[in-house]
Design a protein around this ligand. Structure first.
Ligand SMILES: [Zn+2]
Length: 293
């Protein structure tokens, strides 16, 4: 049976995902250093407004506010005991705004800890933590699970394994190639593509990263390494610079829209959205541009 995700993809050809969560919530008053996931419980209206901003602009997909929602990462703020509650609330909030017409991807980011042997987190503990998170997201009604901003292939594998222990929802995995064309852990796009696609996931790709051209280059290499892969890209709106004491991203909605077309036309990307620094205006411009592809 086709999943809701596959159905919409077949119907529309290219899907537009939402923009930034973290930087947008900071604009809404979230203090730097505070856990954005806390707002799923304590400031749900801000999360609703975040999602509404993207849905109103025509996004086909919104992500739950759970990037740091793995128990290992929540533990930094003493919130690990509330992992289930936080992820469940986030999924329910996104579902409420998405309704039936828009897809909700349950968002899973890295633990922020290094796995053994480089760090102290065991592979088994990582799998169990991701399973806890995915379980709550699935329970809250998401349509797929997106594992994103990964830089360690082993951790990405642990996340896929954890998700699969608890749900049969489609799984997407994207990595951040932000260090001279590789991930922070030194993984090349070609290697990432072959390994991740080899796990039998539904979609692979790149997100966050540095500039749009660097992320496009990474995705082109993934395409070359696995010609038949379904690809997703969710790049930053360029790089941040300080302007009157505030961080401003240098890519305008117009430039982002131009690049959206390049990602689709040159690399065959099927899902495109924005990461850090991307606003509702960026997503609106992307939606407009991709309707003519
Ligand atoms: Zn980002």
């Amino acid at each position: 049976m086709m999943s809701k995700f596959q159905k919409l993809m077949a119907e529309r050809g290219v899907l537009v995902a939402d923009g930034a969560t973290g930087t947008t919530l900071q604009q809404a008053g979230l203090q730097p250093g505070a856990a954005p996931e806390r707002w799923n419980l304590e400031n749900p209206d801000a999360i609703r407004a975040l999602h509404e901003g993207y849905v109103d602009m025509g996004a086909d997909i919104i992500l739950t506010n759970t990037f740091g929602g793995s128990p290992a990462r929540l533990a930094r703020k003493g919130l690990d005991v509330r992992a289930h509650e936080i992820n469940l609330a986030a999924a329910q909030l996104a579902r409420e705004i998405a309704g039936d017409a828009v897809l909700v991807f349950g968002d899973i980011g890295p633990t922020g800890q290094m796995l053994e042997p480089l760090g102290t987190l065991t592979y088994e503990d990582a799998v169990a933590g991701f399973a806890t998170q995915a379980q709550a997201l699935a329970e809250g009604g998401v349509d797929a699970i997106l594992i994103e901003t990964m830089s360690d292939l082993n951790e990405a594998k642990a996340a896929v394994e954890g998700v699969r222990q608890v749900t049969e929802l489609p799984v997407l995995v994207t990595m951040s190639f932000d260090t001279k064309g590789r991930t922070m852990m030194g993984v090349k796009p070609e290697k990432a593509a072959k390994t991740l696609w080899g796990l039998g996931v539904d979609v692979i790709g790149a997100n966050c990263g540095r500039t749009l051209s660097e992320t496009l280059e990474a995705v082109l290499k993934m395409r070359e390494a696995v010609p038949d892969a379904l690809l997703m890209a969710k790049p930053n709106a360029g790089l941040p610079h300080a302007e009157d004491g505030e961080l401003v991203y240098d890519v305008t909605p117009e430039i982002m829209a131009e690049y959206a077309q390049r990602f689709v036309n040159e690399a065959g990307v099927k899902i495109f959205g924005g990461c850090c620094g991307s606003t509702a205006e960026h997503i609106g411009a992307i939606v407009k541009a991709l309707k003519d592809v």
